[in-house]
Design a protein around this ligand. Structure first.
Ligand SMILES: [Zn+2]
Length: 417
């Protein structure tokens, strides 16, 4: 309470003020990033999903979920080693380098369904700032990863206080299908259970919009929560290793330059806080992409399968490699029927306001928060072999001098849609 005329100063410890007391300790659990059909060379794409840490009994069972058989009995699957407070991930890339066998492993399916459900519930509870009750009034919601066979669908049952995941047995014509392996399906059905706990009357007779709202919210959570999964949103393709940027340099041989550029890319992704789900390096000749454009286009088209959008340099950037890659990206996107967002790089350096060579009518501005802008600055600084001289000679000069870098420190990004 402030007294008139007296300035009140409240002492707070900055770290304590910023600390979110609702944020829980988490453990990373391996799950399939999207659906078993989304694969790379190592099999289905998996990610480490943060899951609230807790005591795990067989099932697995936590304080909020029980993974059970169709009869409602906890499964014998143990995710803990000895002590129920100690979780061991048996399906991480280190523990099991080959992911091909994961979908057929019932123990993994139990972990997958448990981890995605627990992560989804935690997202709700963190945003709401309070625990979400289940409609049953019981502390735990049951998850049945292998409900009755013959249904390629899953559903939330209020009566059974459970989410039941259907599955289709293996046939000569196709592999077995388990809905308990699909991130979207699990997040969608758990959202129904969450909403039913928060607003039980939404399922009572009423205008049709009520049920439509249930479905829409569940779909939105499933869709948006995928973006909280580290790396799922991004697959990286690098056409060259950038070895030709300092042709006359005595300080840095092209092979060493390529090695450093690859490490710099990894560091810059870490600075941005993103971990690509897939990464492809084509190692095509730097500054000579036009000479291998057919191969480039084929590789980009292969890499762009099952993506929602392709981000690439703009094909009018007045840099031969950027233009070749921009054209390849457009061809790949057209082949898969997905949009391209093209980003200008050198354009900022040679164009002028209202420049007729630039498709300004297709320009879209993305505003950046101060945190994102700072992360981008850190990411750019990681490319030491481009932003700083690589040696003392004139041939070693930075390819991106400060006046060029200035263009990349604004509070916006611009793409051509
Ligand atoms: Zn639904």
């Amino acid at each position: 309470m402030a007294v008139e005329g007296v300035e009140t100063v409240v002492d707070v410890v900055p770290a304590a003020a910023e600390r979110n007391l609702l944020a829980q300790e988490t453990v990373p659990m391996t799950v399939l990033a999207q659906d078993p059909s989304i694969t790379d060379d190592g099999g289905p794409i998996r990610v480490a999903l943060p899951v609230p840490a807790g005591r795990l009994a067989h099932g697995p069972c936590s304080d909020r979920f029980r993974v059970v058989s169709p009869a409602g009995v906890p499964l014998p699957v143990g995710l803990h080693v000895g002590d129920p407070w100690v979780y061991a991930d048996r399906w991480s890339p280190t523990a099991q380098p080959d992911a091909h066998a994961l979908p057929e492993d019932p123990d993994f399916r139990a972990q997958n369904v448990f981890a995605v459900a627990a992560h989804t519930l935690a997202l709700f509870e963190q945003r709401l700032g309070r625990p979400v009750p289940w409609r049953s009034g019981l502390p735990q919601l049951d998850l049945v990863p292998q409900a009755a066979p013959g249904k390629a669908n899953a559903f939330y049952s209020r009566e059974r206080n459970a989410v039941l995941f259907g599955w289709l047995p293996l046939l000569p014509s196709r592999p077995a299908l388990y809905t308990a392996l699909s991130y979207d399906v699990i997040a969608h059905e758990v959202s129904h259970a969450v909403l039913d706990g928060l607003r039980p009357r939404f399922t009572q007779p009423g205008p049709p919009d009520q049920l439509a709202f249930h479905e829409a919210l569940a779909d939105l959570v499933a869709l948006l929560s995928v973006f909280t999964v580290p790396g799922v949103a991004l697959r990286l393709l690098a056409a060259t290793d950038g070895e030709a940027s300092h042709p006359g340099s005595a300080a840095l041989a092209p092979s060493e330059l390529a090695r450093r550029r690859v490490a710099e890319t990894a560091a810059s992704l870490a600075a941005l806080g993103v971990e690509p789900a897939g990464s492809v390096r084509l190692r095509l000749p730097d500054s000579a992409l036009t000479s291998v454009e057919e191969r480039l286009t084929a590789a980009v088209t292969a890499a762009a399968q099952r993506v929602d959008v392709v981000l690439a340099p703009w094909s009018g950037d007045a840099h031969p490699d950027h233009e070749a890659l921009g054209r390849a990206a457009c061809a790949a996107a057209a082949a898969h029927g997905v949009p391209v967002l093209a980003f200008p790089v050198w354009t900022w350096h040679w164009s002028r306001p209202g420049d007729p060579r630039v498709p300004w009518h297709r320009a879209r501005v993305v505003r950046l928060s101060p945190a994102v802008r700072a992360a981008r600055r850190d990411a750019v600084a990681c490319f030491a072999t481009q932003v700083r001289p690589v040696g003392p000679a004139p041939e070693d000069a930075a390819v991106l001098p400060p006046e060029v870098l200035e263009h990349f420190d604004r509070d916006v990004e611009v793409v051509f849609a």
